[in-house]
Ligand binder design. Structure first.
Ligand SMILES: Nc1nc2c(c(=O)[nH]1)N[C@H]1C(S)=C(S)[C@@H](COP(=O)(O)OP(=O)(O)OC[C@H]3O[C@@H](n4cnc5c(N)ncnc54)[C@H](O)[C@@H]3O)O[C@H]1N2
Ligand code: MOO
Length: 461
C-alpha cells in the first residue's frame, strides 16, 4: 500500500524514482577522458561502464587506404582474363609488399606478392590468395619467379576498400553509447585520443543492520556477514556509478544521520570521522570517495541509497532517521522487494539529497535494484540502452504465486524453458547467484501451469 492506502504498483514507484533523479541528470556534465593506447590500458577502472556525452565524429576513414584482405598476389584483373586450369596465365613475380610498407606501383603483366593489411599498390585492382596460385607459395625476395593463375578474378576481389567501414566525417558513435570494447577499439582505430563522457553518478550507499559484520570479522551469536554492501556496490558499479559505501551497524537513527553528514562533510572538503558506525567501531574510517582514474570516489553524492531498516520492526533505523526528513515509506506490489522508500531528504541549511531506500533481505535488495534503480540510473546517466531485454519462454514446471503482487522468481533458461531456482523467499541469495534470469509472474496470477509462457529478463551480463 502507498501512504494514501492505494496499492502501489511497480510502475508508480519506478516513475517516481525517475522523477526524483531528473535534476541529477542535469548535473552529470560532460568530462573528457583519455582513451588512446596506453592511457586506456593503464587505467581500466576509468573506462568501465562510461557513456558518451556527445556524438563522436570520425576524423578519418577506416580503412584509411585500399588494402589486401588476404596473403596473396596483387594483380590487374584484366591480366587474368581467360585463365583456366588448362591454360593458366603466368606472370613474373614483382617485389613483395608487407603490411606497413609504403610499397611500389604495380606494373601490368606482373604479380605483386602482398600480405594481409598491406596497401594495394596503384595499378593493381584485385588479390588472389596464395593457396590458389601455382606454385602456392611466395618466392624468396630477390629471386626471379613466375606465378601461375588458373582462374580469372573480378576487380575488387579481396580488396578492403578505403572507407568501407567508416567514412571520413561520419557520426562514428552517438551520445549515450556505452564505451564498449568494440567502441573503444574503433575510437582508437580512427586515431582519437580523447572523448567526452558523462560524469559518473555518485552514490552514497548505506547498508544498515546491527547484526552485520565484514567477512573476516568474528561472528558472535546472532550476527551475520554483510553481503549487501558488496552486492549493491558491484551492481551499481556495473552500470557506471561511483560508490561510497558506509555501512551503519547501529539501530540508532542518530548514528545513520551522522554517517550521512560525515560523508557529505568529507566530500565538501571537511573530513570528519566517517565509515562504519558501531558501538565499538571495528574498522578504520572509510576514505573520502572520488571516482577517478585510480578507482577512488570524490565529490558530493548525487543520491543516497540505504539498504534495510524499512519494514515493521520495533526500531527501523532508516525509517526513524529519514522519515522525519521527508522520505516516504511504501509497500509496493512486488515480491521480493515489497517495502520501499524514496524522497528528497531535507538535511537542514537548505541542503537536500535524493534518497532511495531498499529492503534489507539480500535478494530483495538486488531485485529492487533491478526493478527500480537499474534503468532509472542508466537514464539519469544518459545511457541510450537502459532496459534489460524482455523475452518470453514457457515454464518447465507448475508454479504458484501470491496474486496481489508481481512475483519475480529467480531461475535459469535451459533448452528454451524456464526453471525456477530455489523458492520465493528473499534470503535465498545463493539461488540468485546461480540464476541467469528473473521470471515475472504477473499480478493477478496465482498459478502457472507447466508450458505456459512467462516474461523474463536476463540478468547474467
Ligand atoms: N511484520 C512485518 N515484518 C516484515 C515485513 C512486513 O511487511 N511486516 N516485511 C518483510 C519483508 S518483505 C522484507 S523484504 C523485510 C525488509 O526488512 P528491512 O528492510 O527492515 O531489513 P532488515 O530487517 O534490516 O533485514 C532483513 C533481513 O536481511 C538481513 N540483512 C540485512 N542487511 C544485510 C546485509 N548487509 N547482508 C546480509 N543480510 C542482511 C537481515 O539480517 C534480515 O534477515 O522485512 C520483512 N519483515
Ligand atoms: O518483499 Mo520482501 O522484499 O519479500 O522479502
Amino acid at each position: 500500500m502507498g501512504q494514501d492506502g492505494r496499492v502501489r504498483t511497480i510502475d508508480d514507484h519506478r516513475d517516481e524514482i525517475v522523477e526524483l533523479l531528473r535534476p541529477v541528470a542535469d548535473q552529470l556534465a560532460a568530462e573528457p577522458i583519455e582513451v588512446g593506447g596506453a592511457a586506456f590500458t593503464a587505467r581500466p577502472w576509468e573506462h568501465a561502464a562510461r557513456y558518451l556525452a556527445t556524438d563522436v565524429i570520425a576524423p578519418r576513414a577506416l580503412p584509411g587506404f585500399d588494402n589486401s584482405q588476404m596473403d596473396g598476389f596483387a594483380v590487374l584483373a584484366a591480366d587474368l582474363e581467360g585463365a583456366s586450369p588448362e591454360s593458366p596465365v603466368t606472370l613474373p613475380v614483382a617485389e613483395r609488399i608487407a603490411a606497413g610498407d609504403a610499397g611500389h606501383p604495380h606494373r601490368p603483366g606482373t604479380a605483386t606478392p602482398i600480405m594481409t593489411g598491406a596497401a594495394l599498390p596503384p595499378g593493381a585492382d584485385a588479390v588472389v590468395p596464395v593457396e590458389r596460385v601455382d606454385p602456392p607459395l611466395f618466392p624468396a625476395p630477390g629471386t626471379e619467379a613466375i606465378a601461375g593463375f588458373t582462374a580469372p578474378v573480378a576487380p575488387g576481389t579481396y580488396v578492403r576498400a578505403q572507407g568501407s567501414d567508416v567514412a571520413d566525417g561520419q557520426v562514428l558513435l552517438r551520445a549515450g553509447d556505452r564505451l564498449s570494447a568494440a567502441r573503444a577499439g574503433v575510437i582508437n582505430g580512427v586515431g582519437l585520443t580523447e572523448v567526452a563522457v558523462r560524469r559518473r553518478l555518485r552514490v552514497l550507499l548505506v547498508p544498515t543492520g546491527h547484526e552485520i559484520r565484514d567477512p573476516g570479522e568474528e561472528l558472535t551469536p546472532g550476527r551475520i556477514h554483510d553481503s549487501n554492501s558488496v552486492a549493491l556496490t558491484a551492481a551499481l558499479q556495473s552500470i557506471g556509478c561511483g560508490v561510497d559505501v558506509r555501512p551503519c551497524r547501529s539501530d540508532d537513527a542518530v548514528d545513520l544521520l551522522a554517517i550521512v553528514e560525515s560523508a557529505l562533510g568529507e566530500s565538501a572538503g571537511d573530513p570528519r570521522a566517517g565509515g562504519t558506525n558501531d558501538a565499538a567501531p571495528t574498522s578504520a574510517p572509510t576514505p573520502p570517495a572520488e571516482i577517478s582514474g585510480d578507482g577512488a570516489v570524490t565529490g558530493p553524492p548525487d543520491l543516497l541509497i540505504t539498504v534495510g531498516g524499512v519494514s515493521a520492526g520495533a526500531r527501523e533505523v532508516v525509517r526513524d532517521a529519514l522519515g522525519p526528513l521527508g522520505v516516504r515509506f511504501e509497500k509496493v506490489a512486488l515480491q521480493p522487494g515489497g517495502p520501499q522508500g524514496l524522497g528528497l531528504a531535507s538535511l537542514g541549511d537548505g541542503r537536500t539529497l535524493p534518497v532511495v531506500c531498499l529492503p534489507g533481505n539480500p535478494v530483495s535488495a538486488l531485485v529492487s535494484f533491478e526493478v527500480f534503480l537499474r534503468s532509472a540510473l542508466l537514464t539519469t546517466a544518459g545511457a541510450s540502452v537502459t532496459d534489460r531485454e524482455r523475452r518470453s519462454a514457457p515454464l518447465a514446471h507448475d508454479l504458484d504465486s501470491p496474486p496481489h503482487v508481481l512475483q519475480l522468481r529467480r531461475g535459469v533458461l535451459v533448452d528454451g524453458e524456464l526453471h525456477t531456482l530455489g523458492g520465493p523467499s528473499s534470503h535465498l541469495l545463493h539461488a540468485l547467484a546461480d540464476s541467469t534470469v528473473l521470471i515475472h509472474v504477473p499480478v493477478g496470477v496465482d498459478h502457472v501451469a507447466a508450458g505456459s509462457p512467462l516474461e523474463f529478463w536476463r540478468i547474467d551480463d
